[in-house]
Design a protein around this ligand. Structure first.
Ligand SMILES: [Ca+2]
Ligand SMILES: [Ca+2]
Ligand SMILES: [Ca+2]
Length: 361
Protein backbone atom coordinates (compact mmCIF):
# COMPACT_ATOMS: atom_id res chain seq x y z
CA UNK A 1 0.00 0.00 0.00
CA UNK A 2 2.87 2.34 0.81
CA UNK A 3 4.27 2.08 -2.70
CA UNK A 4 0.89 2.86 -4.20
CA UNK A 5 0.61 6.02 -2.17
CA UNK A 6 4.07 7.23 -3.11
CA UNK A 7 3.48 6.54 -6.79
CA UNK A 8 0.09 8.19 -6.59
CA UNK A 9 1.69 11.28 -5.11
CA UNK A 10 4.08 11.59 -8.01
CA UNK A 11 1.31 11.50 -10.58
CA UNK A 12 -1.45 13.21 -8.65
CA UNK A 13 -0.60 16.56 -10.18
CA UNK A 14 -1.89 15.31 -13.48
CA UNK A 15 -4.05 18.04 -14.96
CA UNK A 16 -6.29 18.05 -17.94
CA UNK A 17 -8.82 20.28 -19.58
CA UNK A 18 -12.11 18.52 -19.45
CA UNK A 19 -14.27 19.57 -22.31
CA UNK A 20 -17.42 21.04 -20.85
CA UNK A 21 -18.92 22.05 -24.17
CA UNK A 22 -21.25 19.06 -24.04
CA UNK A 23 -24.67 18.70 -22.49
CA UNK A 24 -24.79 19.15 -18.74
CA UNK A 25 -23.40 16.08 -17.02
CA UNK A 26 -24.90 14.69 -13.84
CA UNK A 27 -23.34 15.58 -10.47
CA UNK A 28 -21.29 12.39 -10.82
CA UNK A 29 -19.56 13.63 -13.92
CA UNK A 30 -18.93 17.13 -12.57
CA UNK A 31 -18.16 16.22 -8.98
CA UNK A 32 -14.40 16.37 -9.46
CA UNK A 33 -11.89 15.64 -12.15
CA UNK A 34 -10.27 12.27 -11.61
CA UNK A 35 -6.50 12.09 -11.53
CA UNK A 36 -4.88 9.16 -13.21
CA UNK A 37 -3.82 6.95 -10.31
CA UNK A 38 -1.76 4.12 -11.65
CA UNK A 39 1.01 1.95 -10.29
CA UNK A 40 2.82 2.06 -13.62
CA UNK A 41 2.38 2.83 -17.30
CA UNK A 42 -0.83 1.75 -18.97
CA UNK A 43 -1.18 0.66 -22.56
CA UNK A 44 -3.31 1.52 -25.57
CA UNK A 45 -4.22 -1.25 -27.99
CA UNK A 46 -5.76 -1.02 -31.47
CA UNK A 47 -8.05 -3.53 -33.18
CA UNK A 48 -5.79 -3.67 -36.24
CA UNK A 49 -2.58 -3.16 -34.31
CA UNK A 50 -2.07 0.14 -36.15
CA UNK A 51 -3.56 3.47 -35.08
CA UNK A 52 -3.73 4.62 -38.72
CA UNK A 53 -5.98 1.77 -39.87
CA UNK A 54 -7.75 0.96 -36.60
CA UNK A 55 -11.39 1.75 -35.85
CA UNK A 56 -11.17 0.83 -32.15
CA UNK A 57 -8.77 1.68 -29.35
CA UNK A 58 -8.77 0.55 -25.74
CA UNK A 59 -6.72 2.13 -22.94
CA UNK A 60 -5.78 -0.25 -20.11
CA UNK A 61 -4.16 0.52 -16.77
CA UNK A 62 -1.71 -1.81 -15.06
CA UNK A 63 -4.51 -2.76 -12.68
CA UNK A 64 -6.72 -3.90 -15.58
CA UNK A 65 -9.18 -1.00 -15.47
CA UNK A 66 -9.77 1.23 -18.50
CA UNK A 67 -9.11 4.97 -18.85
CA UNK A 68 -5.36 5.47 -19.13
CA UNK A 69 -2.78 7.83 -20.60
CA UNK A 70 -1.87 8.96 -23.16
CA UNK A 71 -5.20 10.47 -24.11
CA UNK A 72 -5.79 9.98 -27.84
CA UNK A 73 -9.41 11.14 -27.68
CA UNK A 74 -10.93 14.44 -28.76
CA UNK A 75 -13.77 14.28 -26.22
CA UNK A 76 -12.27 12.84 -23.04
CA UNK A 77 -9.34 13.17 -20.67
CA UNK A 78 -8.01 9.63 -20.99
CA UNK A 79 -8.24 6.72 -23.40
CA UNK A 80 -10.97 4.30 -22.39
CA UNK A 81 -13.05 2.76 -25.19
CA UNK A 82 -12.51 4.90 -28.27
CA UNK A 83 -14.06 4.72 -31.75
CA UNK A 84 -12.67 6.50 -34.79
CA UNK A 85 -15.30 8.82 -36.27
CA UNK A 86 -15.48 9.59 -40.02
CA UNK A 87 -13.57 12.86 -39.43
CA UNK A 88 -10.64 10.83 -38.13
CA UNK A 89 -11.01 11.83 -34.46
CA UNK A 90 -11.07 9.28 -31.68
CA UNK A 91 -14.25 9.67 -29.59
CA UNK A 92 -14.44 7.85 -26.30
CA UNK A 93 -17.58 6.17 -24.96
CA UNK A 94 -16.63 6.31 -21.27
CA UNK A 95 -13.73 8.68 -20.49
CA UNK A 96 -15.54 12.03 -20.92
CA UNK A 97 -16.24 13.58 -17.51
CA UNK A 98 -15.39 11.23 -14.67
CA UNK A 99 -13.08 8.27 -15.27
CA UNK A 100 -15.73 5.85 -14.09
CA UNK A 101 -14.83 2.38 -15.35
CA UNK A 102 -13.59 -0.48 -13.25
CA UNK A 103 -13.68 -4.01 -11.98
CA UNK A 104 -13.51 -5.83 -8.68
CA UNK A 105 -13.24 -9.31 -7.21
CA UNK A 106 -14.27 -10.73 -3.85
CA UNK A 107 -14.11 -14.11 -2.09
CA UNK A 108 -15.82 -15.60 0.96
CA UNK A 109 -17.89 -12.45 1.43
CA UNK A 110 -14.97 -10.93 3.34
CA UNK A 111 -11.99 -10.11 1.10
CA UNK A 112 -12.21 -7.85 -1.94
CA UNK A 113 -10.07 -5.76 -4.25
CA UNK A 114 -11.12 -3.38 -7.00
CA UNK A 115 -9.75 -0.88 -9.49
CA UNK A 116 -11.45 2.21 -10.90
CA UNK A 117 -9.75 5.54 -11.61
CA UNK A 118 -12.66 7.43 -10.08
CA UNK A 119 -12.47 5.28 -6.93
CA UNK A 120 -8.80 5.91 -6.15
CA UNK A 121 -7.25 3.53 -8.67
CA UNK A 122 -6.32 0.13 -7.21
CA UNK A 123 -7.79 -0.77 -3.81
CA UNK A 124 -6.34 -3.87 -2.06
CA UNK A 125 -4.98 -4.97 -5.44
CA UNK A 126 -1.28 -5.38 -6.26
CA UNK A 127 -0.54 -5.13 -9.97
CA UNK A 128 2.44 -6.55 -11.84
CA UNK A 129 3.86 -4.55 -14.75
CA UNK A 130 1.87 -5.19 -17.93
CA UNK A 131 3.04 -8.15 -20.02
CA UNK A 132 2.48 -9.35 -23.60
CA UNK A 133 2.46 -5.70 -24.64
CA UNK A 134 2.04 -5.17 -28.39
CA UNK A 135 0.05 -2.65 -30.42
CA UNK A 136 -2.98 -4.97 -30.18
CA UNK A 137 -2.48 -6.96 -26.96
CA UNK A 138 -1.76 -6.39 -23.30
CA UNK A 139 -2.05 -8.55 -20.18
CA UNK A 140 -2.75 -7.23 -16.68
CA UNK A 141 -1.93 -9.46 -13.71
CA UNK A 142 -3.15 -8.52 -10.25
CA UNK A 143 -3.57 -10.18 -6.86
CA UNK A 144 -5.42 -9.32 -3.71
CA UNK A 145 -2.94 -7.47 -1.51
CA UNK A 146 -4.43 -9.07 1.61
CA UNK A 147 -4.70 -12.54 0.00
CA UNK A 148 -1.92 -12.77 -2.60
CA UNK A 149 -2.84 -16.30 -3.69
CA UNK A 150 -5.98 -14.91 -5.33
CA UNK A 151 -4.76 -13.86 -8.78
CA UNK A 152 -6.78 -12.16 -11.53
CA UNK A 153 -5.44 -11.82 -15.08
CA UNK A 154 -7.05 -9.78 -17.87
CA UNK A 155 -5.70 -10.74 -21.30
CA UNK A 156 -6.77 -7.96 -23.68
CA UNK A 157 -6.71 -8.71 -27.41
CA UNK A 158 -8.82 -8.27 -30.56
CA UNK A 159 -11.85 -10.59 -30.65
CA UNK A 160 -11.57 -13.78 -32.70
CA UNK A 161 -14.60 -13.44 -34.99
CA UNK A 162 -15.19 -9.73 -35.56
CA UNK A 163 -13.02 -6.65 -36.01
CA UNK A 164 -15.55 -4.60 -34.06
CA UNK A 165 -14.72 -5.93 -30.57
CA UNK A 166 -11.84 -6.39 -28.21
CA UNK A 167 -11.90 -9.43 -25.92
CA UNK A 168 -10.59 -9.46 -22.38
CA UNK A 169 -10.12 -13.05 -21.25
CA UNK A 170 -10.41 -12.91 -17.47
CA UNK A 171 -9.02 -15.71 -15.30
CA UNK A 172 -9.49 -15.84 -11.53
CA UNK A 173 -6.97 -18.29 -10.07
CA UNK A 174 -7.07 -19.62 -6.53
CA UNK A 175 -3.61 -20.41 -5.15
CA UNK A 176 -4.52 -19.47 -1.59
CA UNK A 177 -4.15 -22.99 -0.16
CA UNK A 178 -7.88 -23.45 0.47
CA UNK A 179 -11.12 -23.33 -1.47
CA UNK A 180 -12.67 -19.87 -1.87
CA UNK A 181 -16.44 -19.42 -1.94
CA UNK A 182 -18.80 -16.81 -3.30
CA UNK A 183 -16.27 -15.68 -5.89
CA UNK A 184 -17.74 -12.47 -7.23
CA UNK A 185 -16.64 -10.20 -10.07
CA UNK A 186 -17.97 -6.73 -10.88
CA UNK A 187 -17.50 -4.78 -14.10
CA UNK A 188 -18.95 -1.30 -14.27
CA UNK A 189 -18.85 1.52 -16.81
CA UNK A 190 -20.26 5.01 -17.08
CA UNK A 191 -21.34 5.39 -20.69
CA UNK A 192 -20.75 8.91 -22.15
CA UNK A 193 -21.69 8.58 -25.77
CA UNK A 194 -20.61 11.09 -28.43
CA UNK A 195 -21.80 13.41 -29.85
CA UNK A 196 -24.23 13.85 -26.89
CA UNK A 197 -21.94 12.96 -23.99
CA UNK A 198 -23.72 12.78 -20.60
CA UNK A 199 -27.05 12.45 -22.38
CA UNK A 200 -27.06 8.90 -23.71
CA UNK A 201 -29.39 5.95 -24.25
CA UNK A 202 -28.49 2.63 -22.62
CA UNK A 203 -29.61 -0.92 -23.40
CA UNK A 204 -28.96 -4.10 -21.38
CA UNK A 205 -29.88 -7.58 -22.67
CA UNK A 206 -29.32 -11.13 -21.42
CA UNK A 207 -30.15 -10.71 -17.72
CA UNK A 208 -32.85 -13.39 -17.64
CA UNK A 209 -30.71 -16.12 -19.19
CA UNK A 210 -27.36 -15.36 -17.56
CA UNK A 211 -27.42 -17.73 -14.60
CA UNK A 212 -24.27 -16.46 -12.89
CA UNK A 213 -25.38 -12.81 -13.00
CA UNK A 214 -26.22 -11.59 -9.51
CA UNK A 215 -26.89 -7.87 -10.06
CA UNK A 216 -27.27 -5.46 -12.98
CA UNK A 217 -28.54 -1.92 -13.54
CA UNK A 218 -27.74 1.41 -15.19
CA UNK A 219 -25.52 3.03 -12.52
CA UNK A 220 -22.09 3.16 -14.11
CA UNK A 221 -20.80 5.37 -11.32
CA UNK A 222 -21.31 2.70 -8.67
CA UNK A 223 -18.60 1.01 -6.63
CA UNK A 224 -16.57 -1.72 -8.32
CA UNK A 225 -16.21 -3.43 -4.91
CA UNK A 226 -18.33 -6.61 -5.09
CA UNK A 227 -18.94 -6.42 -1.33
CA UNK A 228 -20.73 -3.08 -1.70
CA UNK A 229 -24.43 -3.38 -2.55
CA UNK A 230 -25.45 -1.14 -5.45
CA UNK A 231 -28.61 0.13 -7.05
CA UNK A 232 -29.70 1.61 -10.35
CA UNK A 233 -29.95 5.31 -11.12
CA UNK A 234 -33.35 4.20 -12.35
CA UNK A 235 -34.71 1.39 -10.14
CA UNK A 236 -36.63 -0.07 -13.07
CA UNK A 237 -33.29 -1.08 -14.65
CA UNK A 238 -32.33 -3.39 -11.76
CA UNK A 239 -31.81 -7.05 -12.74
CA UNK A 240 -33.89 -6.83 -15.93
CA UNK A 241 -33.41 -6.33 -19.66
CA UNK A 242 -34.21 -2.88 -20.99
CA UNK A 243 -33.96 -1.15 -24.36
CA UNK A 244 -32.96 2.44 -25.13
CA UNK A 245 -33.44 3.84 -21.63
CA UNK A 246 -32.75 7.56 -21.55
CA UNK A 247 -31.60 10.11 -22.35
CA UNK A 248 -29.69 10.35 -19.09
CA UNK A 249 -26.12 10.38 -17.76
CA UNK A 250 -25.88 6.70 -16.89
CA UNK A 251 -24.06 3.46 -17.70
CA UNK A 252 -23.99 -0.26 -16.97
CA UNK A 253 -23.17 -2.32 -13.88
CA UNK A 254 -22.81 -6.14 -13.75
CA UNK A 255 -21.94 -8.40 -10.79
CA UNK A 256 -21.41 -12.14 -11.18
CA UNK A 257 -21.14 -14.93 -8.61
CA UNK A 258 -18.97 -17.79 -9.85
CA UNK A 259 -19.46 -19.86 -6.68
CA UNK A 260 -16.57 -21.92 -5.35
CA UNK A 261 -13.08 -22.22 -6.82
CA UNK A 262 -11.09 -25.07 -5.29
CA UNK A 263 -7.47 -24.54 -4.34
CA UNK A 264 -5.26 -24.75 -7.42
CA UNK A 265 -8.17 -24.18 -9.80
CA UNK A 266 -9.37 -21.20 -11.81
CA UNK A 267 -12.43 -19.77 -13.55
CA UNK A 268 -12.21 -18.10 -16.98
CA UNK A 269 -14.72 -15.91 -18.82
CA UNK A 270 -14.68 -13.14 -21.44
CA UNK A 271 -15.51 -9.44 -21.52
CA UNK A 272 -15.97 -7.61 -24.82
CA UNK A 273 -15.54 -3.92 -25.64
CA UNK A 274 -16.23 -2.37 -29.03
CA UNK A 275 -18.06 0.12 -31.19
CA UNK A 276 -19.66 0.31 -34.62
CA UNK A 277 -21.32 2.93 -36.80
CA UNK A 278 -24.79 1.37 -36.49
CA UNK A 279 -26.91 -0.74 -34.15
CA UNK A 280 -27.23 -3.42 -36.83
CA UNK A 281 -23.45 -3.79 -37.02
CA UNK A 282 -23.22 -3.84 -33.23
CA UNK A 283 -25.71 -6.70 -32.95
CA UNK A 284 -23.82 -8.63 -35.63
CA UNK A 285 -20.65 -8.27 -33.58
CA UNK A 286 -22.50 -9.44 -30.46
CA UNK A 287 -23.70 -12.48 -32.42
CA UNK A 288 -20.29 -13.22 -33.91
CA UNK A 289 -18.79 -13.68 -30.43
CA UNK A 290 -21.77 -15.58 -28.97
CA UNK A 291 -22.14 -12.92 -26.30
CA UNK A 292 -24.50 -13.88 -23.46
CA UNK A 293 -25.07 -10.52 -21.77
CA UNK A 294 -24.42 -7.02 -23.08
CA UNK A 295 -24.99 -3.30 -22.81
CA UNK A 296 -25.14 -0.80 -25.68
CA UNK A 297 -24.48 2.92 -25.32
CA UNK A 298 -26.02 5.19 -27.96
CA UNK A 299 -26.30 8.93 -28.39
CA UNK A 300 -29.39 11.08 -27.95
CA UNK A 301 -31.01 10.87 -31.37
CA UNK A 302 -29.01 7.80 -32.35
CA UNK A 303 -30.86 5.33 -30.17
CA UNK A 304 -32.86 3.83 -33.05
CA UNK A 305 -30.24 3.50 -35.80
CA UNK A 306 -27.17 3.45 -33.61
CA UNK A 307 -25.54 6.20 -35.70
CA UNK A 308 -23.07 7.76 -35.53
CA UNK A 309 -21.74 5.28 -32.99
CA UNK A 310 -22.99 2.37 -30.92
CA UNK A 311 -20.63 1.35 -28.12
CA UNK A 312 -20.65 -2.27 -26.91
CA UNK A 313 -19.83 -3.91 -23.54
CA UNK A 314 -20.56 -7.63 -23.20
CA UNK A 315 -19.74 -10.99 -21.63
CA UNK A 316 -19.50 -14.69 -22.46
CA UNK A 317 -18.71 -17.67 -20.29
CA UNK A 318 -20.95 -16.31 -17.54
CA UNK A 319 -23.60 -19.02 -17.51
CA UNK A 320 -25.81 -17.53 -20.22
CA UNK A 321 -26.85 -18.35 -23.76
CA UNK A 322 -25.88 -16.44 -26.93
CA UNK A 323 -28.70 -13.95 -27.32
CA UNK A 324 -28.19 -12.60 -30.84
CA UNK A 325 -28.10 -15.00 -33.79
CA UNK A 326 -24.79 -15.10 -35.61
CA UNK A 327 -24.28 -12.75 -38.54
CA UNK A 328 -25.62 -15.15 -41.17
CA UNK A 329 -29.01 -13.46 -41.11
CA UNK A 330 -32.50 -14.91 -40.83
CA UNK A 331 -32.51 -18.70 -41.20
CA UNK A 332 -34.15 -20.13 -44.30
CA UNK A 333 -36.96 -22.69 -44.01
CA UNK A 334 -34.42 -25.37 -44.84
CA UNK A 335 -32.16 -24.21 -42.01
CA UNK A 336 -35.13 -24.12 -39.62
CA UNK A 337 -35.95 -27.70 -40.60
CA UNK A 338 -32.39 -28.79 -39.87
CA UNK A 339 -32.49 -26.93 -36.57
CA UNK A 340 -35.71 -28.66 -35.52
CA UNK A 341 -34.25 -32.01 -36.51
CA UNK A 342 -31.22 -31.26 -34.38
CA UNK A 343 -33.42 -30.41 -31.41
CA UNK A 344 -35.35 -33.64 -31.86
CA UNK A 345 -32.08 -35.55 -31.88
CA UNK A 346 -31.29 -34.32 -28.43
CA UNK A 347 -30.38 -30.66 -28.64
CA UNK A 348 -26.70 -31.45 -28.20
CA UNK A 349 -25.67 -28.70 -30.60
CA UNK A 350 -27.40 -26.13 -28.44
CA UNK A 351 -25.94 -27.51 -25.24
CA UNK A 352 -22.38 -27.39 -26.49
CA UNK A 353 -22.79 -23.81 -27.60
CA UNK A 354 -24.20 -22.68 -24.29
CA UNK A 355 -21.02 -22.10 -22.38
CA UNK A 356 -17.63 -20.68 -23.10
CA UNK A 357 -16.58 -20.54 -19.46
CA UNK A 358 -14.66 -23.40 -18.02
CA UNK A 359 -13.06 -24.66 -14.90
CA UNK A 360 -9.38 -25.29 -15.47
CA UNK A 361 -6.63 -26.77 -13.39
CA1 LIG B 1 -17.17 9.18 -17.85
CA1 LIG C 1 -22.84 8.66 -18.54
CA1 LIG D 1 -31.06 1.24 -29.65
Amino acid sequence: MKSYLSVAATVAAFAFSNSMAFASPSPHNTGGLSPIIAAGPGGIIYNTGDAATATLALGINEDGSLNTQPDITSNGSATGLAFKFPDGTWRDGTSPGCLCEGWGVSVNGTASGFADQDQGGANNLTADPLTAVTSSTVTSTTRLTSLPGLVVTHVYQPANNTKDLFRAQVTITNNTGAAVNDVKYVRVMDWDIPPTEFNEFVTIKGTTTTTLLERSHNDGFDSADPLVETSGIDATTEDVDFTDKGPDDHGAYFRFNFGTIEDGKSYTFNIFYGATASEEAALKAVGAESIELFSLGQSNGGEATGAPATYIFGFSGVGGTPIIPTATGIPTLHEWALLLMGLLLGGLVWRSARRNGRMAG
